[in-house]
Design a protein around this ligand. Structure first.
Ligand code: PEP
Ligand code: MG
Length: 586
């Protein structure tokens, strides 16, 4: 019988193959009591294992294959740092001396204690470093036991091998680069674990965080790893197998097709040049963005820097992040949205959320204006990063021009503060997100003060239709192509055009293939989206005729009945000649 397990998607694509169970770890650790005269030698044995581990990691770091992910060196360095820490390199010796037990057992007691401490950390990213600690401890253990530290199978593997492990370390990634395997799955790991990051950059079908997959899988079982939706299927029946073979074929052929589009410009059939930008949440996202040749970052959701912590990031910390991204972008523009907190994103330092109606309460720019120190600190950090490359500042959840004027005043103060400190900073363009109907309807007055705007359709739809964007029970009412939304979009785009100011859309609608033609017809020329959708959207763009779409949209804008609009949009997309790929990830 087939068994379906759900984890986190860590790498694109689908792999179908045979399970190879990887057994290692500190599961059956020998427990021995030592005689007093044996203790010194045992401590020396532990020391020798630490030294061997260091040598191996250093050797791995110096022999990273050229085609390995760039993060690999940093991850191995982190393992070396963990190894050097007294908690792993000294304290097990204290335990073995105090309890007169063998080194393996002392190491096991210590790692259990450290694991508990990691589990108690609230910050998800730091908590997940537990896996790194365990991986280092495992390597020490293998050296103590005289086991092969390269736990992965020696010699050649079948191409359809799917490794099933408790966890995989950065060092294992070196192995992956040197041999061909079809995919991997692990019990451990969360979305921000190094295993996930490696899976993504190795671009290998992988699912992580499956919890107990190894207990359910036997050696050579048939396995499907669906790295697109984070599903693993054990012993699929013929029907599932043939369905996934089909999905795999479709995925591969779409990907081949789309990859060819990487280096061509996004120009419509009638010559309209379209800018395709990426939405990012961390510096790591820049890599994929470059791989897909995005034109820059249209939205950096900076609030992710402020979450999962007990205090605010200070100016220098923020500067380092922004400056790091600017450097990685190599001259492509970075649009930093100032913190957009409140509503669904509540930092711990913000206190308990007591708002009666958080979506209508102290969110976005309201919070920034209510916390001027925080706001100016962030803008100073952004201004400093702008000395290194093109940077834009974007203010979220603007309701009217009053707030824009206040923001500009704070920006003047932020610059003055940097002048007083004689700090270097750069020019920035300033813009606002248009995501509240009042801002959409008065966009002309807002734009007078700004260099650009970007439409946050996620919120614009929510507020226009009065539908909570996160509430499943009303999701059927959440309609991006609702005539009311389209009328607002039309007003925004045509006002921006008349005033000669750039406008983009950075809500999910920009990366949704169903609306690409509609947005083109409405006059949009800048799309900002999750980079993984970028080539699929480009594929639609290059097959579209912007002028013809504009004529169709003009008619469509006269409609007020949502059903009629739906039909019209369907018709607009029906010209699809079968080449419009619908890839979710690349
Ligand atoms: C939006 O509202 O469309 C948007 C891009 O912002 P967020 O999704 O972060 O609220
Ligand atoms: Mg928003």
């Amino acid at each position: 019988m087939s068994v379906v397990l759900h984890g986190f998607a860590a790498g694109g694509g689908i792999a179908i193959g045979r399970a190879h169970l990887v057994v290692r770890g500190m599961e059956e650790v020998p427990q021995l009591d030592l005689a007093p005269e044996e203790i010194d030698a045992e401590a020396e044995r532990f020391d020798a294992a630490i030294k061997a581990t260091r040598r191996q990691l250093e050797q791995l770091r110096s022999a990273i294959p050229e085609n390995a992910p760039t993060e690999l060196g940093a991850f191995i360095s982190l393992h070396l740092m963990l190894l050097a820490d007294v908690t792993l390199s000294r304290e097990p010796i204290d335990i073995l001396r105090a309890q007169a037990i063998n080194a393996e057992w002392a190491l096991k007691l210590q790692t259990d204690r450290l694991a508990e401490q990691f589990d108690a950390i609230e910050d998800e990213y730091l908590r997940e470093r537990k896996q790194d600690m365990l991986q280092v401890a495992e390597r020490i253990y293998q050296n103590l036991m005289g086991q092969n530290t390269e736990f992965l199978p020696e010699g050649e593997l079948d191409d359809d091998t799917i490794l099933i492990a408790h966890d995989l370390s950065p060092a294992d990634a070196v192995y992956f680069k040197e041999r061909h395997i079809a995919g991997f799955a692990t019990d451990a790991g969360g979305p921000t674990s190094h295993t996930a990051i490696l899976g993504r950059s190795l671009d290998m079908p992988s699912v992580i965080g499956l919890y107990n997959a190894r207990e359910l899988i036997s050696q050579d079982d048939w396995i499907i790893v669906d790295g697109i939706s984070g599903v693993l299927i054990i012993n699929p029946d013929d029907l599932i197998l043939s369905e996934y073979r089909k999905r795999d074929r479709v995925y591969r052929s779409q990907r081949r097709l789309l990859n060819k589009l990487k280096d061509i410009t996004a120009t419509t059939k009638d010559g309209a040049d379209i800018e395709l930008l990426a939405n990012i949440e961390s510096a790591q996202d820049v890599r994929l963005m470059h791989r897909l040749s995005a034109d820059g970052v249209g939205l950096f959701r900076s609030e992710f820097l402020f979450l999962n912590r007990d205090n605010l990031p200070d100016e220098d910390e923020q500067y380092r992040v922004y400056a790091g991204i600017v450097k990685k972008l190599k001259g492509k523009p970075l649009t930093v949205r100032t913190v957009d907190l409140g509503m669904d994103k509540n930092p711990r330092w913000f206190g308990e959320g007591h708002a009666l109606n958080p979506a209508l309460g102290m969110t976005g720019i309201r919070l920034c204006l209510a916390e001027p120190m925080m706001f100016r600190t962030q803008m100073r950090a952004i201004l400093r990063a702008a000395a290194l490359g093109p940077v834009k500042i974007m203010w979220p959840m603007i309701t009217s021009v009053d707030e824009v004027r206040q923001c500009l005043n704070h920006l003047v103060v932020a610059r003055k503060q940097l002048d007083e400190r004689s700090m270097e900073y750069g020019e920035v363009q300033v813009g606002a997100m248009i995501e509240i109907p009042s801002a959409a309807l008065t966009v002309g007055s807002i734009l007078k003060y700004l260099d650009f705007i970007s439409v946050g359709t996620n919120d614009l739809i929510q507020y226009t239709l009065s539908v909570d964007r996160g509430d499943d029970s009303v999701s059927y009412l959440y309609q991006p192509a609702h005539p009311a939304v389209l009328k607002l979009l039309h007003h925004i785009f045509s006002t921006a055009k008349r005033m000669g100011k750039p406008v983009s859309v950075c809500g999910e609608m920009a990366g949704d293939l169903h609306f690409t033609r509609l947005l083109l017809g409405l006059g949009l020329r800048r799309f900002s989206m999750n980079a993984s959708n970028l080539l699929a959207v480009k594929n639609v763009i290059i097959q579209s005729h912007a002028g013809e779409l504009a004529v169709q949209v003009k008619k469509l804008l006269r409609l007020s009945d949502p059903e009629k609009v739906r039909q019209a949009v369907k018709k607009m997309n029906a010209v699809d000649d079968g080449k419009n790929a619908t890839l979710e990830t690349t």
